[in-house]
Design a protein around this ligand. Structure first.
Ligand SMILES: Cc1cc2nc3c(=O)[nH]c(=O)nc-3n(C[C@H](O)[C@H](O)[C@H](O)COP(=O)(O)O)c2cc1C
Ligand SMILES: [Fe+2]
Ligand SMILES: [Fe+2]
Length: 393
């Protein structure tokens, strides 16, 4: 994608990544991802964030559409994760004179990641930088996503560059702005990005939203995904809602099954939820990557987990999904559990132990032997209904 002027003197110069299969080496990218870098041009010019190392040449090409990259005056590093800092060694060679501006915790990282020690300035909270006609200020938002993360704000055009905050998976599909793009494609990817990347840091996200509310914001220009100029509050509200972890009044059923015994029960549970009047989503944990399972669980207040007993424990795909959900510290779920067993069982008991540890509310659990008979299925339907009623309450 070519450079785009998002406001007078402020340019998107980022790149689309449609070739990386796994973000951070683990999260699938079926729709790609963008690394958004921005050039703010007053009498002096500042580049805000960069891109993954492999895309450095493309970044330079985009900058060159606006100005000679060698004439950039400042490099602003909002975040040291290499999806945004990877091009710094190349930029350092192109503009050796330009100071790197970052929050203090970024300095040791610059040294350790790239051997960059000289020409680096730690910017204190609220520090301002006059570019002549453009005015930047720097606002730490620690742990959205790393300790050194900060947001940069341009005051004359009221543009906020919050880096990972308000970002989304999904490459830019010929449209950069929220009023041009298909939000039906982006918002599920924003939810998955949130849950997988910043989900563990919900308190810092809420704190960042509070701190940044003091700024008058016309445009939100994050480092992944769309630039929000039409309705910036839409993405802020989504992040706030997800951070509060209340969940929609709906139920996610996550199950695994070897010979359909547990799967048949999953369907019965889902029917019970529907009978109680709530929407339900059924997910096969062995066929859906945990990254997506996590996002589905994050969306809905009700969560029912189904697992056959496998080698005395939880079916591995279900265990993997549950482990990820626990690692990301998803709270406030109303839970039901079910599973089939051949002999002494154990999967449901082990899931119940995990649920207790997470502090989730366990509404009910049931373990049955082999294939579910009619009474088992009726009990499963009842389980779905009870979880749904609890979600509604
Ligand atoms: C590889 C394998 C390991 C199993 N390990 C256990 C076990 O440790 N304890 C048990 O009670 N049942 C065990 N079972 C039996 C299953 O839990 C039982 O057949 C169940 O009905 C399978 O449900 P599903 O069709 O939903 O996978 C095992 C089955 C398989 C295929
Ligand atoms: Fe990050
Ligand atoms: Fe990022």
């Amino acid at each position: 994608m070519a450079a785009v002027e998002i406001r007078p003197g402020i340019f998107w110069v980022g790149v689309n990544d449609r070739v990386t299969d796994l973000f951070e080496g683990q999260w699938p990218l079926p729709h790609g991802v963008s690394y958004n870098s921005y050039l703010v041009v007053g009498e002096k010019a500042a580049l805000i964030d960069s891109v993954k190392a492999a895309f450095a040449e493309e970044l330079l090409g985009n900058i060159a559409q606006v100005m000679d990259p060698a004439r950039i005056d400042f490099l602003v590093v909002n975040h040291m994760e290499p999806d945004h800092s990877g091009a710094l060694p190349v930029l350092r060679r192109v503009v050796p004179h330009a100071p790197i501006l970052a929050a203090a915790p970024a300095l040791p990282m610059l040294a350790r990641f790239y051997g960059i020690t000289g020409g680096v300035r730690a910017v204190p909270d609220g520090a301002a930088l006059d570019l002549g006609g453009k005015r930047l200020s720097f606002h730490p938002i620690p742990f959205v996503h790393w300790p050194e993360t900060m947001a940069t704000y341009e005051a004359t055009e009221k543009v906020l560059f919050p880096c990972d905050a308000f970002g989304s998976f999904g490459a830019l599909e010929g449209a950069l702005f929220d009023d041009e793009a298909d939000l039906a494609l982006y918002e599920p990817e924003a939810v998955r990005y949130f849950a997988n990347i910043v989900g563990m840091h919900t308190k810092p996200v809420l704190r960042a939203i509070e701190v940044l509310a003091a700024l008058e914001i016309a445009v939100i220009a994050p480092s992944h995904g769309l630039v929000w100029r039409n309705d910036p509050s839409r993405i802020v509200d989504l992040y706030a809602r997800l951070s509060r972890m209340e969940g929609e009044r709906a139920v996610t059923v996550v199950y695994g099954s070897m010979y359909d015994h547990t799967r048949r029960m999953a369907d019965a549970v889902a029917c019970g939820v529907t009978a109680a009047g709530l929407p339900v989503k059924v997910v096969d944990a062995a066929r859906v990557h945990p990254s997506f399972v996590l996002a589905e669980a994050w969306l809905r207040r009700g969560l029912v987990l189904g697992s056959p007993t496998y080698d005395t424990g939880i079916f591995p795909a279900v265990e993997h999904a549950l482990r990820l959900i626990a690692r990301k510290r998803l709270a406030n779920r109303v839970v039901g559990l079910f599973g089939s067993a051949g002999w002494q069982g154990g999967a449901v008991r082990k899931m119940a132990e995990e649920v207790a540890e997470l502090g989730w509310e366990l509404v009910d659990k049931l373990e049955f032997k082999g294939a579910p008979v009619r009474e088992d299925l009726a009990a499963g339907e009842e389980l779905g209904r009870r979880v749904a009623e609890r979600v509604k309450a």
